[in-house]
Ligand binder design. Structure first.
Ligand code: HEM
Length: 444
């Protein structure tokens, strides 16, 4: 039952520190990879900090995730730093809440349902093959930046019919726009934010021209953009051109750094674990020359699926998410006041020793049908978040990762080059400091 206001305000606030005036603990939050770990050790799974000038409570673990994901729009709503909100735009799904959010999600989902995903496979396969051939020719390379180009090329092909997007003006504008997403929102000619705002205008214009051209065709096509243009809900609502521009920009962004990180981590962890690599390669021999791939074939790659799951458990591309408290509530005996920010933690949730045996070990078998460790509690495994705001592109991401991994394992062997720093940088998403230097060789 619900507590009275008085009962609630008599509860203690969560323990923790508020850091320096104004900036709080923002800097160490972004630069210290062990920020959360240290605080959990000191204060437990619910602690107070201060990020972006807001009192913030970090809530960790399956129980906390359950509470937050089930109370979306009741106690909490999604929130983003101010710079992100402005650069994503007013119409972006990411900044909407409540009923409107729900209805827009339904429309956008039409580009992510199984039939749509199946139609993206040939494009994904083609681009993946081009990149792999190129990596084989290079023999030695710094992989991470090239994986970024790769994921952007797929997204820009499917979302804005632009081939080789990373090497076009679109790619350039997008980079500068991204650089402003998590900054102080000061619009001056020389600030990252100011530059990003100007790029946003140009990006929207670029997208608009493509959208309008498409809308004029009799058949807008079956790629993601075509499906978004045609998307309609039961009430007959469609996405307006203005809205399409913001949503396309959001989708370009949401899948870019995240997928890049996941794929780079896959390459890293498999290279470091030869036994896993051997099992993966053995599984892929069953699928050699099965091009074009189908969703059914991909579903049979069960060991690969376990490995990808474990990659995202141990190095989740997104470390957590933010919520704003819209009504004060009690959690674990603490008072969580209205107006505060909540952070749910993905990386720390995935390190819960009660759920995952030897949680620091890379062990894909923990997801085998016999063990299924993640099923011990709901929301114990949340690389894609959960509830009403669970990642919209989850299946798209899983598909691209599996296509990438399958083709790579069939065509290429790779090993890490010596003398490189493999420590993970966490901003914007986790990746090795020196960009992952590898040697490639055609698979015989
Ligand atoms: C939301 C992770 C790829 C589109 C999210 C959230 C997470 C996440 C954790 C929830 C954020 C929150 O709770 O506030 C990931 C990971 C990916 C990935 C780990 C890759 C491995 C993609 C791709 C797309 C995409 C490829 C689209 C092409 C979205 C969108 C949202 C979202 C639109 C916002 C949903 C909403 O607010 O209702 N993602 N994502 N993501 N993701 Fe992803």
């Amino acid at each position: 039952q619900k507590m009275t206001n008085q009962e609630l305000t008599s509860l203690p606030l969560p323990p923790g520190e508020s850091g320096l005036p104004f900036i709080g603990e923002t800097i160490s939050f972004f630069t210290d990879p062990n920020f959360s770990q240290k605080r959990v050790a000191k204060y437990g799974k619910v602690y107070q900090t201060n990020i972006f000038g807001n009192p913030t409570v970090t809530m960790i673990g399956a129980e906390a995730n359950n509470f937050l994901f089930r109370n979306e729009n009741k106690y909490v709503v999604s929130t983003w730093p101010k710079s992100t909100k402005i650069l994503l735009g007013d119409l972006s799904l990411a900044v909407k809440n409540g009923e409107f959010h729900k209805s827009r999600r339904q429309l956008l989902y039409q580009a992510f349902q199984p039939r749509a995903l199946a139609s993206y496979i040939p494009t994904m396969e083609k681009i993946t093959e081009q990149y792999i051939n190129n990596w084989l020719e290079q023999k030695e390379l710094i992989w991470y930046p090239q994986i970024r180009d790769y994921t952007f090329d797929i997204a820009s092909n499917l979302l804005v019919s632009t081939d080789g997007g990373s090497h076009t003006v679109l790619g350039e504008l997008f980079e500068d726009w991204c650089a402003g997403l998590f900054t102080l929102p000061i619009n001056l000619p020389w600030t990252k934010f100011g530059k990003a705002l100007r790029c946003r205008k140009k990006l929207l214009k670029y997208i608009e021209e493509i959208v309008i051209k498409r809308q004029q065709l009799d058949n807008p096509g079956e790629d993601a953009l075509g499906l978004l243009i045609q998307a309609e809900d039961e009430a007959g609502n469609k996405l307006t051109t203005e809205e399409l521009k913001d949503q396309v920009l959001l989708l370009l962004f949401a899948g870019h750094e995240t997928l890049t990180s996941a794929i780079a981590s896959f390459c890293l962890l498999t290279a470091q674990n030869p036994d896993v690599m051997a099992k993966l390669t053995a599984e892929q021999t069953k699928f050699a020359n099965k091009s074009p791939l189908t969703l059914d074939t991909i579903k049979e790659m069960t060991y690969l699926d376990q490995v990808i799951k474990e990659v995202m458990r141990i190095i989740p591309p997104v470390g957590g998410g933010f919520r704003e408290v819209i009504e004060s509530f009690e959690f674990n005996g603490y008072q969580i006041p209205k107006g505060w920010t909540i952070q749910y933690q993905i990386a720390q949730t995935h390190q819960d020793k009660d759920i995952y045996t030897e949680s620091d070990r890379f062990d894909p078998d923990r997801f085998s049908p016999e063990r299924q460790e993640d099923k011990k509690a709901s929301f114990a495994y949340i690389p894609f978040g959960g509830g009403l705001r669970e990642c919209l592109g989850k299946e798209f991401a899983r598909l691209e990762m599996r296509i990438f991994a399958s083709l790579l394992l069939q065509k290429c062997q790779w090993e890490l080059l010596p003398n490189q720093n493999l420590e993970l940088v966490t901003v914007p998403t986790p990746h090795p400091k020196d960009g992952l230097k590898v040697k490639t060789r055609a698979f015989l």
